[in-house]
Design a protein around this ligand. Structure first.
Ligand code: FAD
Length: 621
């Protein structure tokens, strides 16, 4: 992982010194345990407002241990015979799917329905998570997990939910200056690090997609790689022959679906192993895997280069639509849903101010509320009853139980066999098929974006590092929050990627499991060291100094990230209606099943559609 602590400044202990929200707190600062921070205004602190927390977030320490004790250690649970509370509906999981399920339940069964949502993390939204920073003065919002609204694929159901929530996609698109999101088209760069390439070198004005406007040959000349790989790369970007010309359209489509992208690069791109290795992690942020596990179709659709070798009638069309962004990603949708379910949490919040609205978390779980959202509460068992279900859960190390007429499981499907051991074996087997993709989103607040401007970059691809990509999160102004590209002052650098599975793991889902273990094993200090190594190595020569310029770091770990989407190279074509997700989501008495896993598709709209379906499947009584 590169430099030792003394070199990176880690030994200066950023967790205490720098993770303090609001400069100028002086002597009034409250003392918090390591990893927690004080917030300057109105007595707020991360204790009662989790979006302020820095350090290890996402799947944070304390959130998953109870589930792991059940699922991994097979620790028996003491089931309670009597429920402490009764509801119409209990929802397991307060991600977008669980929150939407509560919304649709009220539509179907009436706004007076008594609903309890159980969530094992200390914040709601699941992957729709926001990070809030105040260390440099004005609030800076960052996207902790899910980023954009893929509005072009919304169903009528999701369009209607957006209307109900007051979300105007056209307005989101019209107001944003933000363009990069993933890899950055303008001002992008590649950073070669010393540990991997023998030298620290930032090559600006290029990306591996070889976008028009980039002088690729000049950039490639600066790549610290062997002469042969360099010449081959130049020839690859320059080549204009249709390499599949001898195949029919059908055969070409089949080839592209069956052939690993790295094989295509070797056989038709003329690249050697060293050149191909440069591309390996370019798919980390978007797919959570190395490119060698992607088919050509999967890689090309998401912008990996190669379409220029397929001629005019290429059977693959790259994704071109413009994504809709809130400043905190899809967290704004989760907040709007919570506000609608429990208005007193943020009385005057609406789509026009949701990003800036403050939420009072003490209102989430009040006894006098029809809808209650209980954080840090992990469901451990769900039993069917003749007319309903009993859910056993743990909160603050105590075992508790609630009963309800209906239950929706909106958690990841791989957890359900442990929650419901009595479910049919075939259904549990299908649920186990869903192995979510581990992903990392690490947000770093730096004192200013001047150094990036000076270098003419808004992000970079880092082929040798843990976070394969980073970009400057700037220029999203809507819903009450303004952050213009031209604004001076602190800026968020958002790093994304995954911890790649060890080489030689044959099965992609086994790779995810191993990658997850590594992700959970790393401490905050490990992630911090990595960030400092990258920023000092890349931006240091232009005057950046991590000790001085890094104000805060929030690591959003998502060991259970994207829902598993069937892969060209690893999954059969399932008979219609018989794919694992069809079997996994079958209703079970008064228990219905939601979550994006239920359609094997890692999108917000999938989570919403599945919530809708699950609620319609519940028996009327
Ligand atoms: C890094 C990242 C980036 C993404 N980017 C995008 C994007 O740009 N656009 C997009 O549309 N989608 C994106 N996604 C996909 C995202 O998964 C979906 O958009 C959506 O948020 C999924 O919602 P969900 O409710 O189905 O699942 P989750 O968000 O996973 O919610 C499930 C919830 O259940 C909880 N839970 C699990 N087990 C238990 C238990 N036993 N007891 C209580 N609670 C439990 C979990 O903690 C979690 O909060 C991204 C995902 C990740 C990880």
């Amino acid at each position: 992982m590169g430099k030792v602590d003394e070199e990176t400044g880690k030994s200066r202990n950023i967790t205490r010194r720098d993770f303090v929200h609001g400069l100028g707190l002086g002597g009034t600062m409250l003392a918090f345990p390591a990893g927690m921070t004080a917030f300057a205004s109105e007595g707020l602190s991360p204790v009662n407002y989790p979006p302020l927390l820095t350090g290890l977030r996402g799947s944070h320490p304390g959130s998953y241990e109870a589930a792991h004790a059940l699922a991994r250690d097979k620790r028996p649970i003491k089931l309670l015979l009597e429920a402490d509370e009764q509801y119409d509906l209990v929802v397991v999981g307060a991600g977008v799917s669980g929150l939407s399920a509560a919304h649709y339940y009220r539509q179907r069964f009436g706004a007076g329905s008594k609903i309890l949502l159980l969530e094992n993390q200390d914040d709601f939204g699941g992957h729709a998570r926001r990070n809030e920073f105040h260390q440099g003065g004005d609030m800076r919002l960052a996207i902790g997990g899910a980023q954009y609204l893929a509005h072009w694929r919304f169903s009528a159901t999701v369009d209607e939910l957006m209307r109900d929530l007051g979300v105007d996609i056209e307005q989101l698109l019209a107001t944003n200056e933000f363009r990069s999101g993933r890899n950055g088209r303008e001002g992008s760069a590649i950073w070669f690090d010393e540990a991997t390439f023998g030298v620290n070198r930032l090559v600006t004005g290029c990306d591996l997609a070889g976008n028009i406007g980039h002088d690729m040959p000049a950039a490639i000349d600066a790549f610290p790689i062997g002469e042969e790989a360099r010449a081959q790369l130049k020839a690859f970007y320059d080549k204009r022959t249709n390499v599949l010309a001898g195949l029919s359209r059908r055969e070409a489509r089949r080839y592209l679906r069956r052939t690993p992208y790295n094989v295509f690069l070797r056989e038709h791109g003329g690249l050697n192993d060293e050149a191909i290795e440069l591309f390996q992690s370019s798919s980390h942020a978007f797919w959570g895997v190395n490119i060698s596990t992607l088919s050509c179709t999967e890689a090309l659709v998401n912008g990996s280069p190669g379409l220029h070798l397929l001629g005019q009638g290429a059977t693959v069309r790259p994704h071109r639509a413009r994504e809709g962004f809130f400043p905190d990603g899809t967290a704004s949708i989760a907040r709007l849903l919570v506000q609608q379910l429990i208005p007193q949490v943020a009385l005057n919040a609406h789509a026009g101010n949701i990003a800036a609205a403050h939420f009072d978390y003490s209102e989430l779980d009040r006894t006098d509320s029809r809808v209650r959202l209980r954080l840090s509460a992990t469901a451990l068992n769900v039993r069917r009853r003749e007319k309903g279900a009993v859910v056993t859960y743990t909160e603050e190390d105590k075992i508790k139980a609630v009963s309800a007429r209906h239950c929706v499981l909106a958690c990841n499907h791989s957890m359900i066999p442990f929650l419901c051991p009595d479910m049919p074996e075939a259904q549990k087997e299908a649920q186990r098929y869903q192995v979510k993709v581990p992903l990392l989103v690490t947000n770093v607040l730096i004192r200013s974006g001047d150094v990036m401007e000076q270098l003419g970059i808004n992000g970079a691809y880092c082929p040798g590092r843990m976070h394969a990509n980073f970009y400057m999160l700037k220029g999203i102004s809507n819903s009450g929050y303004t952050n213009r590209m031209s604004d001076p002052g602190p800026v968020i650098l958002s790093f994304s990627g995954t911890i790649a599975a060890p080489q030689g793991v044959a099965d992609v889902r086994e790779g995810f499991r191993q990658s997850r273990e590594k992700m959970l094993d790393l401490t905050f200090a490990d992630y911090e060291r990595e960030i400092r190594t990258v920023l000092d190595g890349m931006l240091g020569p232009a005057g950046f100094n991590g000790d001085r310029d890094i104000l805060a770091i929030t690591v959003n770990r998502w060991p259970h990230g994207y829902a598993y989407e069937y892969r060209d190279l690893y999954d059969p074509i399932f008979p219609s209606g018989k794919a694992p997700h069809h079997i996994a989501r079958l209703p079970w008495g008064n228990v219905a099943i939601a979550n994006a896993d239920a359609v094997a598709s890692a999108y917000l709209d999938s989570a919403v559609d599945q919530a809708y379906r699950s609620v319609q499947e519940l028996p009327a009584s």
